[in-house]
Design a protein around this ligand. Structure first.
Ligand SMILES: *Cc1c(COP(=O)(O)O)cnc(C)c1O
Length: 870
C-alpha cells in the first residue's frame, strides 16, 4: 500500500457520476417539468414505482403484518424467540416507517414551496421516550394496541421497555424538545440542530451512605430506531491551524486538524397533522478511518489515536446545568456543531439559487442560550472569506438572521472563554470577533463619548489575565432580537446584565417569549384519564383542544358540579396510586395514596433551594413528634417526594442529596410519625419519571430565590395536571398565578426587587440565624448534632446558610412555613375547596402551551408562516 493512497477521498470511490437530469436539493430531487408544466416522472417505470409507494399504517391487519415482517427481517427473529424488547423493536420499526413517509413528504413539500425556514440551534434535546408520543401524534395508538395484542403482547409494556433519549440536562433541553413538537403540530417549518452524544445524561445511583453516584448512559448500545443515519450528508470541520488576514477584513484559515460531521435525522411528528419536522444531530468522525502514514510506519497506536480524538468530540453530554465549565472539549463541541449546522443551512439556501443578500429572507436561526454563539463569527467567516461578501454587507446579513434567547442571569452560568484557548482553537474566529468588537466600540464611543467604564462593560473582551470573550455580548451584537423566557426574567435581563445594550440599541430589540410545554406529552400522554375527562366535559374533540389549549377553559363551567368534582378527584387519586405502585416497586416503600403528595423534582441547585424544602420537612417531623398521639390525629398526612440530579462536580448539591436520603431514613423509620409523614428521594430523575410524577401531585414546589429561576417549566406541567404550586414570586410562577388566580397559588418569600438589598445586609450587617429564625436555627443544630447521621459531613452545606446565605434561606424560612401551614389547613379542612382550586388551575393554563410560544417566535421573531402538508 503506498502512502499516496491517503490523498484519495474515500467518499469519491465507487460513486456513480451525478445525473445532470436531476437537480440535487437539500432534501431530495426537484422534479423537472414538461412543456405544459406537468412534473415529469424522474426515474424508471412510473407505474412500478407508484405501485410500491404507500401511506402511513392505519389498519390493524397492515400494522400486524408490518410488525411480523420486521420481526422476521429487521430483527431476524421468530415468534419462538421474541421477548418484550424484541417486540418493542419490531413495533418501533413499523412506526419508524410511518414517520419516515410523513417526513419525506414534508421535506419535499418544504423544498418545493421554498418558504422562509427557521432553525433552532440547541446543544441539548431532552426527548424522553418516542414510541408512545409518536403513536399519539399519528393517531394510531388504538390500532397498534389491537395489533400488538393479536401478536401476544401488551402495548403499554412495550412502551415502558423503551429507554429515554436523555441528550439534555433539564429545563433548557426539554424546552427544545417541546418546541420541536409544537413546530410540527402547528405546521411551522422548523428544524432543530444538535449533537448526537454517544453518552447522554448520566444515570444517577444512590450509594449506601446516601450519596449520588454517576454511571454512564450508553443509550445507543441497542440499535436506535428513531434516527435515520445520513452517512452521505457530511461536512469537514477545521480546528487549530493558522489564520491570515487582509486589509478588507477577509482572511484565510488553514492547516490544523479536520474532523467530519455526519448527520443523523430524528423525525418529529406533529399532532393530528402529516407535518413531520426534523432534528439533525451531528456525530463526529475522523476524516479518514485512520492516519495511513502513521499506520504504514508501524505506529498503529498513533494512527488510531487521532481517529479516537475525532470521535471523542461527540462522545458525551456535559452534565452541568446553569453552570459554565471552561473545558476545551466543550468549546470544540460548540464549534463542531455550529459549523456543521451552518454549512448545512448554507447548502440548503444555495439550492434555491437566490442571491446571498436574500439569506435572511429565507433563513432565521434561533440561538438557544449562548452555547451556539460561535454561529455568529462562523457565518461572518463563510460570508467574508468564502463567499467574498464585503464585511459591512455580511454583518447586515448576520444581524438580520439570528435571534438570541437568554436563559439565565446567574453570573456563574454566563459563558466566557479564555482568549488564549480561543486563539489556539479558532484563530480566524478570534480575528473576526476583534473586528466586530472594534467597530462596535467605536459606535458606543460615538453615542456615549468618554464613558470608559461603559466601553469596558460592553466590550466582547473582558480585560484581565487572561482576557475572556463574553459570549452573551457577542450573541446580542449579532442578533436581530433578544428575548428572555418569562416576563420577570426578560425585565431582569433588560435592567441588569444587558442594561447597557438596551441603552445603546433601544428597547425594541429586547423582548420576551414566556416558555411553554407541549400539552400532548404533558397532559394527553402522561395523564390520559384527565385528557379524556376534559374532552367529554367540554365537548370539543381532543384533536382540536390539544392544539388550542385555551379551549380547556370550558371545564370551568363544571367547577361547582359535584359529579364532575368527583370524577376529577378520582383521576388524581388513580394517578397517585400509579405513582405509589412505582415507589413500592423501586424503593420497597409503601405510601398511602390518600395522603397529600408534595413533590419537588428538578436539577439539584442551590438557587432552586431543595434545602429550604428539606429543612421544612425536618421542622414538620420535629413538630409532629412533639405532639401527643391524640393531637397527631389532626395532622395533615404528607408524602414528600424529591428527585433530581446534581452535576458531578457540584459539591454542595451532592451533599444536599445525601442529606435528603439520610433524613428520609430517620423519618421513615420512626413509628411515631410514620402515619403522617413520609420522605422519599426517587433516584435517576428523567422525562419518563416526570411523566409519572407530574399527574400525581397535590402540590409541587418551585421555591427558587426570587430573581434566579428564569422561567421554570415543571411549574407549568404540574399546574396543567391539577397540582397546586407552593412557590416564590419568581419566573413563570408569576404568570401562572396571573392566569389561575393568585388565591390558587401558595406564594411566599421576599421579592426579586429586595434580594440585592438583603444580600448587602448579610454582608455588612449580619444577623445571626438564632435571631432571624429561631425555628431554623434549631433545625440546623439538630442536623449538626448528628440526629440524621454523619455529624460533621453536612457542615459545609449548613455553613452556606449560617454564613453568607446567598440564597436567602434564613430570610424566607418563616414565610415558607406559613405558606405550608395554609396548604395543610385548606387541604385537610376544605377538600371540596381544594378540588375547585385544582379544577380552576387546570382550566386556566391555556397560555402555557408551547404552541403559543412557538407561534410567538414564528410571528414576532422569525417572520415565518405555516406550511401545511395536505
Ligand atoms: C420539565 C423538566 C425539567 C425542568 O424542570 P424545572 O423545575 O422547570 O427546572 C427538568 N427535567 C425534566 C426531566 C423535565 O421534564
Amino acid at each position: 500500500m503506498s502512502a499516496s493512497l491517503s490523498n484519495i477521498d474515500p467518499k469519491t470511490i465507487g460513486q456513480p457520476p451525478r445525473s445532470r437530469k436531476h437537480k440535487r436539493s437539500a432534501t431530495g430531487y426537484l422534479p423537472e417539468k414538461d412543456e405544459e408544466g406537468k412534473a415529469v416522472w424522474p426515474l424508471g417505470d412510473e407505474a412500478v414505482w407508484k405501485s410500491g409507494l404507500r401511506g402511513v399504517h392505519t389498519e390493524v391487519p397492515s400494522i400486524a403484518k408490518s410488525i411480523v415482517n420486521h420481526v422476521q427481517t429487521t430483527l431476524a427473529r421468530q415468534a419462538y424467540n421474541l421477548d418484550n424488547a424484541g417486540a418493542y423493536g419490531a413495533v418501533a420499526h413499523t412506526v419508524r416507517d410511518d414517520l419516515i413517509i410523513n417526513w419525506n413528504d414534508t421535506q419535499m413539500h418544504y423544498t418545493r414551496k421554498a418558504p422562509k425556514r427557521a432553525y433552532y440551534l440547541s446543544l441539548e434535546f431532552l426527548m424522553g421516550r418516542t414510541l408512545d408520543n409518536a403513536l399519539l401524534n399519528l393517531g394510531t395508538k388504538d390500532a397498534y394496541k389491537e395489533s400488538v395484542a393479536k401478536l401476544g403482547f401488551n402495548v403499554e409494556d412495550l412502551i415502558d421497555s423503551e429507554r429515554d433519549a436523555a441528550l439534555g440536562n433539564g429545563g433548557l433541553g426539554r424546552l427544545a424538545a417541546c418546541y420541536l413538537d409544537s413546530s410540527a403540530s402547528q405546521e411551522i417549518p422548523l428544524w432543530g440542530y444538535g449533537l448526537r452524544y454517544e453518552y447522554g445524561m448520566f444515570q444517577q445511583l444512590i450509594a449506601t451512605d446516601g450519596s449520588q453516584l454517576e454511571a454512564p448512559d450508553p443509550w445507543l448500545t441497542h440499535a436506535n430506531p428513531w434516527e435515520i443515519p445520513r452517512l452521505d450528508v457530511t461536512y469537514d470541520v477545521r480546528f487549530y491551524g493558522h489564520a491570515e488576514r487582509f486589509d478588507d477584513k477577509n482572511g484565510i484559515w488553514s492547516g490544523g486538524q479536520e474532523v467530519v460531521a455526519v448527520a443523523y435525522d430524528v423525525p418529529i411528528p406533529g399532532y393530528a397533522t402529516k407535518n413531520t419536522n426534523n432534528i439533525r444531530l451531528w456525530k463526529s468522525a475522523p476524516k479518514r478511518g485512520f492516519d495511513l502514514n502513521s499506520f504504514n510506519a508501524g505506529d498503529y497506536e498513533r494512527a488510531v489515536e487521532s481517529s479516537n480524538s475525532a470521535e471523542a468530540l461527540t462522545k458525551v453530554l456535559y452534565p452541568n446545568d446553569n453552570h459554565m465549565v471552561g473545558k476545551e472539549l466543550r468549546l470544540k463541541q460548540q464549534y463542531f456543531w455550529t459549523a456543521a449546522s451552518l454549512a448545512d443551512i448554507m447548502r440548503r439556501f444555495k439550492n434555491t439559487d437566490k442571491p446571498i443578500k436574500e439569506f435572511p429572507d429565507l433563513v432565521a436561526i434561533q440561538l438557544n442560550d449562548t452555547h451556539p454563539t460561535l454561529a455568529i463569527p462562523e457565518l461572518m467567516r463563510i460570508l467574508v472569506d468564502e463567499e467574498e461578501v464585503p464585511w459591512k454587507d455580511a454583518w447586515e446579513i448576520v444581524t438580520k438572521t439570528f435571534g438570541f434567547t437568554n436563559h439565565t442571569v446567574l453570573p456563574e452560568a454566563l459563558e466566557r472563554w479564555p482568549v488564549p484557548l480561543f486563539q489556539h482553537l479558532l484563530p480566524r474566529h478570534l480575528q473576526i470577533i476583534y473586528d466586530i468588537d472594534f467597530e462596535f466600540l467605536q459606535a458606543v464611543e460615538k453615542k456615549f463619548p468618554g464613558d470608559r467604564e461603559k466601553l469596558a462593560r460592553m466590550s466582547l473582551i473582558q480585560e484581565g489575565m487572561p482576557q475572556y470573550i463574553r459570549m452573551a455580548n457577542l450573541a446580542v451584537l449579532g442578533s436581530k432580537k433578544v428575548n428572555g423566557v418569562a416576563e420577570l426574567h426578560s425585565q431582569l435581563v433588560r435592567t441588569t446584565i444587558l442594561k447597557d445594550f438596551v441603552e445603546f440599541y433601544g428597547s425594541s430589540k429586547f423582548g420576551n417569549v414566556t416558555n411553554g410545554v407541549t400539552p400532548r406529552r404533558w397532559l394527553d400522554q402522561c395523564n390520559p384519564d384527565l385528557s379524556n375527562l376534559i374532552t367529554e366535559t367540554i365537548g370539543v374533540p381532543k384533536t382540536t383542544w390539544l392544539k388550542d389549549l385555551y379551549l380547556i377553559k370550558g371545564i370551568l363551567d363544571k367547577v361547582d358540579d359535584e359529579t364532575f368534582q368527583k370524577k376529577f378527584a378520582a383521576v388524581k387519586r388513580k394517578n397517585k396510586e400509579r405513582l405509589a405502585a412505582y415507589i413500592h416497586s423501586t424503593l420497597g416503600v409503601t405510601v398511602d395514596a390518600s395522603a397529600m403528595f408534595d413533590i419537588q423534582v428538578k436539577r439539584i441547585h442551590e438557587y432552586k433551594r431543595q434545602t429550604l424544602n428539606l429543612l421544612g420537612v425536618i421542622h414538620r417531623y420535629l413538630s409532629i413528634k412533639a405532639l401527643t398521639p391524640e393531637e397527631r390525629k389532626k395532622v395533615n398526612k404528607r408524602v414528600v417526594i424529591f428527585a433530581g440530579k446534581a452535576a458531578p462536580g457540584y459539591y454542595i448539591a451532592k451533599l444536599t442529596i445525601r442529606l435528603i436520603v439520610n433524613v428520609a431514613r430517620v423519618i421513615n423509620a420512626d413509628p411515631d410519625t410514620a402515619e403522617y409523614l413520609t420522605l422519599l428521594f426517587l433516584p435517576d430523575y428523567s422525562v419518563s419519571l416526570a411523566e409519572l410524577l407530574v399527574p400525581a401531585s397535590d402540590i409541587s414546589q418551585h421555591i427558587s430565590t426570587a430573581g434566579t429561576e428564569a422561567s421554570g417549566t415543571s411549574n407549568m406541567k404540574f399546574t396543567l395536571n391539577g397540582g397546586l404550586l407552593v412557590g416564590t414570586v419568581d419566573g413563570a410562577n408569576i404568570e401562572i398565578a396571573e392566569e389561575v388566580g393568585e388565591e390558587n397559588v401558595f406564594f411566599f418569600g421576599h421579592l426579586a426587587a429586595t434580594v440585592e438589598d438583603i444580600r448587602y445586609q448579610h454582608a455588612y450587617h449580619p444577623v445571626p440565624v438564632e435571631q432571624k429564625s429561631p425555628a431554623l436555627a434549631r433545625i440546623l443544630n439538630e442536623v449538626s448534632s448528628g440526629r440524621f447521621g454523619d455529624a460533621h459531613v453536612y457542615e459545609p452545606l449548613l455553613n452556606t446558610i449560617r454564613q453568607s446565605d446567598y440564597y436567602l434561606l434564613t430570610d424566607d424560612f418563616d414565610s415558607y412555613l406559613e405558606a405550608q401551614k395554609m396548604v395543610d389547613d385548606i387541604y385537610s379542612k376544605d377538600p371540596i375547596g381544594w378540588i375547585k382550586r385544582s379544577i380552576t388551575s387546570v382550566a386556566c393554563m391555556g397560555k402555557f402551551s408551547s404552541d403559543r410560544a412557538i407561534m410567538e417566535y414564528a410571528e414576532e421573531y422569525w417572520n415565518i408562516e405555516r406550511v401545511k402538508l395536505e
